[in-house]
Write a protein that binds this ligand. Structure first.
Ligand code: KG4
Ligand code: ZN
Length: 326
């Protein structure tokens, strides 16, 4: 089965072609104009998706060496995300579905992130999934493919959002996660003792940590040489805040397979520290290109639903605050 996957949930326009689970192309166009504003401007994002969606799709088909008429189903993110951005992908996918008379499948962006774990390997259920991105931090039990139970969520900022905000405080453009990681490589993670949120249960919180960094910077205006230590200490505290509830849940449910996905899953220190701390577990991370928003994870998720005969009506609307079905 050849499936087209489209994601326009935020500021990346991404389209992928997969065939029988194999990724033939995965084109991501990242909008850079938001960097000077310190965050995504929704109106600019949707206008840019309009400009990009057709060329990105053409590039994805060309790289896959597949003609549009060979596509057997089209999956598109319909939420959560920015409504104006979602609408572009949805309208585009619906037109393809109508014109080619092929199934249209609305995909939950969070479920697509989960399916990024299955692009490159098979994983037996049950498993624990940590989604950590710019918009979400969710701790989930996946009992079987398509069956989820959410155990924890962030009470305030998402982890990626905290990385972006701290990068902004240190004078780096949006999105700053990868910049923090780069700076942290030159600093000491134990230089400053930033707080790790202590919550009951499996929830997360990053706003206290973010504020602690802000106050630290106000009190100790950093020179250039101090910045790597701040970045490394912040990174270490964020990673601990992700790992602690995840391992607690793994222990409690006695499930030793843990998948981590979403943009922050690209972080090498997170990968290393989780593997170090959970030697008895099978820890799975997607390749970096499948961590940040991409069409391949949408296509892979759409293929799963297609195989189960699950399609969406063309009346499907964008749902900016869609949650994971449980
Ligand atoms: O999954 P994603 O592309 O978008 C959402 O669904 O939100 O995640 C983007 C987030 C941004 O906050 C970005 O700063 C963060 O992922 N990110 C990273 C790294 N690469 C991207 N955070 C930490 N370390 C990285 N290497
Ligand atoms: Zn995402």
């Amino acid at each position: 089965m050849t499936v087209l996957g489209i994601d326009t949930s935020c500021d990346d326009t991404s389209v992928s072609v997969i065939k029988n689970g194999r990724v033939l192309s995965n084109v991501v166009f990242s909008q850079i104009e938001h960097s000077k504003y310190g965050g995504v401007i929704p109106e600019l994002a949707s206008r840019d998706h309009i400009r990009n969606i057709l060329p990105v799709t053409q590039k994805a088909l060309k790289e896959a060496n597949v003609s549009l008429h060979k596509i057997e189903g089209v999956g598109v993110t319909y939420g959560p995300g920015l409504v104006g951005s979602l609408l572009i992908g949805i309208s585009f996918a619906k037109s393809i579905s109508l014109a080619l008379e092929i199934p249209f499948i609305g995909i939950n962006h969070l479920e697509a992130h989960i399916f990024s774990l299955f692009i490159e390997r098979k994983i037996n259920s049950p498993l624990i999934v940590l989604i950590t991105s710019g918009g979400h931090t969710e701790l989930i039990l996946m009992e079987s493919e398509g069956k989820y139970q959410v155990f924890g969520s962030t009470l305030d900022d998402a982890c990626g959002e905290a990385f972006d905000k701290v990068a902004g405080m240190l004078g780096f453009p949006y999105p700053g996660g990868k910049e923090i990681e780069k700076l942290a490589e030159k600093g000491r993670g134990d230089a400053i003792e930033f707080p790790r949120a202590k919550l009951n249960g499996y929830d997360f919180s990053f706003s206290g940590l973010k504020t602690a960094v802000l106050y630290y910077i106000r009190k100790n205006p950093p020179s250039k040489k101090d910045i790597p230590d701040i970045a490394a200490s912040f990174q270490e505290a964020s990673i601990d805040s992700l790992i602690i509830p995840t391992l607690m849940l793994s222990e409690k449910l006695d499930i030793r397979t843990i998948g981590v996905c979403g943009g922050v899953a690209r972080n090498k220190r997170l990968r290393e520290k989780l593997k170090e701390r959970a030697k008895e577990c099978r820890i799975v991370f997607p390749s970096p290109q499948f961590c940040t928003d991409n069409g391949a994870m949408v296509a892979r998720c759409a293929e799963f639903h297609l195989e189960r005969g699950e399609f969406s009506p063309l009346s499907l609307k964008a749902d900016p605050s869609l949650i994971l079905p449980t």
